[in-house]
Design a protein around this ligand. Structure first.
Ligand code: GAR
Length: 224
């Protein structure tokens, strides 16, 4: 029995697809590099590979079907209320969006302000949204990359925690560029979780300071 187990940060991962970022976080936690535990993996897609990955590692996997909420004017908020109940039930302290292809509403954003992260495959604030590798190539950018940021109501707009850059090569396609970026995603997302779990992130307006001296008070983002 490990004494540190009970103090590990309780993390939930929301994912819609293949879950390679989920896998990267699982791997670093299992390697003992991050003082955290994934208490549930939730998907809006029944057949998400991310759920299979969770099961394979003995993690709780949950499919939350959006269909019963469809058609009502507040369908997104109602869905997020259902998610919030689950997150509260599992006493989740940090939420990771990892290829979660559903817009989160104020219901979740406010409940997890500065405690919900997203990973996005561009150097924000350039290229929020979809198809961003193609957009970076088409624009003629020389650098692309990825960003881990806290989630706010604006899509891909929240305070930036970590970024990594990669070159855009003359013969890149969106696929080759995405693959090069993904390698970096798998490094910076676990790193961001580690920094959070160690209480080393501080939000100052739009800026996220790492290892800043701790002032008294609530600006410190800490799991405890
Ligand atoms: C990742 O490239 C992630 O950055 C991107 O979806 C992919 C999910 O891959 N997220 C977004 O575009 C969000 N705006 P994964 O399921 O293998 O982690």
């Amino acid at each position: 029995m490990s004494v540190s187990r009970s103090v590990r940060l309780r993390v939930a991962v929301l994912a819609s697809g293949r879950g390679s970022n989920l896998q990267a976080v699982i791997d670093t936690i299992e390697a003992g590099q991050v003082p955290a535990q994934i208490v549930c993996v939730i998907s809006n897609k029944r057949d998400a590979v991310a759920l299979e990955r969770a099961r394979k590692h003995g993690l709780k996997d949950l499919f939350v079907d959006p269909r019963p909420f469809a058609g009502r004017p507040d369908s997104r908020e109602a869905y997020d209320h259902a998610l919030l109940e689950i997150l509260q039930q599992y006493e989740v302290e940090l939420v990771l969006l990892a290829g979660y292809m559903k817009i989160v509403t104020a219901v979740l954003v406010n409940a997890y302000a500065n405690r919900m992260m997203n990973i996005h495959p561009s150097l924000l604030p350039s290229f929020p949204g979809l198809d961003v590798q193609k957009k970076a190539i088409d624009w003629g950018c020389k650098l692309a990359g990825c960003t881990v940021h806290f989630v706010t109501e604006g899509v891909d707009e929240g305070p930036i925690i970590i970024q990594a850059a990669v070159p855009i090569l003359d013969d890149d396609t969106p696929e080759t560029l995405a693959a090069r970026i993904l390698v970096q995603e798998h490094k910076i997302y676990p790193r961001a979780v580690q920094l959070f779990a160690e209480g080393r992130l501080q939000v100052d307006g739009r800026r996220v300071l790492i290892d800043a001296p701790k002032p008294d008070g609530e600006a410190i983002i800490s799991p405890s």
